[in-house]
Design a protein around this ligand. Structure first.
Ligand code: G3P
Ligand code: MG
Length: 250
């Protein structure tokens, strides 16, 4: 682990992380949504990455462009030029990871990035290596946290970038071997990323006793934001950073 990573620092309040940016108020996973999250007072954003046919790492949640753009088709079958021709909402384009890192550099306080590597099979196309290459090129390791639902992706990221912290994502309705991370010794990680449905003070305390920090998602309802904060989570990932701020009273 690197000497310093902002995600690992102690904070007096939960970190406020915009889910796909401020996706309640701008098109998800676009530069507009990321910059709006910052304007709303977020500490950073969560974003989803995958690879397109020409190999670039692009920021989009689904396997296809159908839901979030005016086009149709599989991201993995489309070139970057084709993807760039689409409207991702309000005239926004699908960004590359490269662009997001560049556009969020040089902020007065570190603009935290939780890069969620989408659960494409870890050994196909080596998305993980492509993501690490981009992060290394920018030298932005200290403000990055990787996460994935795919344990193999987390393992691969640990091998490729042991200096960048990792979080294991899961939902409380997933099979017990995934939500209790039975394979944890094979995939070193510092964070657990359970959904808000799992969050109680006891649950968070249990994970903390195991040496894990907890970031929870997708937390939008004020009562859930308050419960997450009272439970002692490290970070709250939600669609509306301004709502999180309001509930936390900051
Ligand atoms: O990283 C938290 C959350 O984004 C995981 O689910 O489907 O919104 O990527 P999803
Ligand atoms: Mg995500």
């Amino acid at each position: 682990m690197s000497a310093m990573n902002y995600w690992l620092e102690h904070h007096d309040r939960p970190l406020i992380i915009g889910h796909r940016g401020a996706s309640a108020h701008a098109p998800e996973n676009t530069l507009a949504a990321f910059l709006l999250a910052w304007t709303q007072g977020a500490d950073g954003v969560e974003l989803d990455v995958t690879r397109c046919a020409t190999g670039e790492v692009v920021v989009i949640h689904d396997d296809t462009v159908d839901r979030t753009t005016n086009g149709t088709g599989r991201v993995s079958a489309m070139s970057l030029a084709e993807l760039r021709g689409l409207d991702a909402g309000d005239g926004q384009r699908i960004p590359t990871l490269d662009e997001v890192i560049a556009e969020t550099a040089g902020a007065p306080r570190p603009f935290l990035l939780n890069i969620e590597v989408k659960d494409a099979p870890a050994l196909r196309g080596d998305l993980e290596a492509a993501v690490v290459t981009v992060v290394r090129r920018h030298g932005c390791e200290e403000r990055v946290l990787f996460s994935s639902f795919n344990p193999l992706s987390v393992r691969r990221l640990a091998q490729l970038a042991p200096d960048v912290p990792r979080g294991i994502l899961y939902h409380h309705a997933m099979p017990i071997y995934l939500r209790e991370v039975w394979m944890a010794p094979l995939m070193p990680h510092e964070f657990r990323h359970p959904d808000i449905g799992a969050i109680t003070p006891e649950f968070v305390a249990k994970l903390k006793a195991q040496g894990k920090r907890v970031n929870t998602w997708t937390v939008n309802e004020p009562a859930d934001i308050a419960r997450a904060a009272e439970s002692g989570v490290h970070g709250i990932i939600g669609d509306s950073p301004c709502t999180i701020r309001e509930v936390l009273g900051i």
